[in-house]
Design a binder for this molecule. Structure first.
Ligand code: ATP
Length: 201
């Protein structure tokens, strides 16, 4: 089995996440893409994040119509900071040795990987698949090789459709009372309205 891992804060999930995941899934012929909402993302420790329960529910709604998409709440169930290396260790144990993991990550995320916990270990446990993120420049693989030796031979640079949307942008629009139609799925938009999320952040 080939399983894609799409980690993120998903505060909220938007079509940039969904389009990238679907394009990579199709191109690499993945059996499934698992969306893994972060419990406490250490890289966003200085920000206030929407409750995990809401972020999880929005991911569930967003992926519902795609049989190739699934969700794992292991990072939510895990107390403390969410570290990708720990998530990959647990997934490899749970899914067994005949599963190959593919870590899907936008250019912006890949560039920060040298600051993550155990980047080299991550790069050996999963095939890293990176894709364009408008506003972020292409990562310098030579730089990344310093913390992840051999990465250039294993990394897949996927040239997907650039979608210039961020969760920050969606939140700002919601706070300003602007439309987010077509930036996030309709059912996620309805959920946000029902629970009055992103009113004052
Ligand atoms: P925020 O604006 O709150 O920082 P975000 O939009 O960057 O959020 P995250 O949930 O932090 O979303 O991102 C999770 C993953 O999705 C990262 O690998 C990131 O690179 C990728 N990603 C997010 N938005 C896009 C996009 N528009 N196109 C491609 N990849 C994206």
């Amino acid at each position: 089995m080939k399983i894609g891992i799409m980690g993120g804060t998903f505060d909220p999930i938007h079509i940039g996440h969904l389009i990238s995941a679907e394009e990579v899934r199709e191109a690499l012929n993945l059996d499934k893409v698992l969306f893994i909402p972060a419990g406490e993302p250490w890289m966003k420790a200085d920000q206030s994040i929407t409750e995990a329960e809401h972020r999880v529910e929005m991911v569930r709604l967003a992926i519902r119509s795609n049989p190739f998409f699934g969700i794992s709440i292991i990072e939510i169930e895990h107390p403390g900071w969410s570290y990708t290396v720990d998530t990959l260790e647990q997934l490899s144990r749970d899914l067994g040795s005949d599963t190959s993991l593919f870590l899907l990550i936008g250019w912006d995320g890949l560039k920060t990987m040298p600051q993550w916990k155990a980047p080299y270990r991550i790069s050996t446990m999963a095939t890293l698949v990176t894709f364009p993120r408008p506003g972020a420049s292409r990562p310098d693989i030579t730089d990344l090789e310093e913390s992840m030796p051999g990465l250039s031979k294993r990394l897949i640079e996927f040239e997907g459709t650039p979608v210039g949307i961020s969760s920050t942008d969606v939140r700002e629009r919601l706070v300003a009372g602007k439309s987010v139609r077509y930036l996030i799925p309709d059912n996620v938009e309805n959920y946000i309205a029902e629970y009055s999320l992103y009113k004052s952040k």
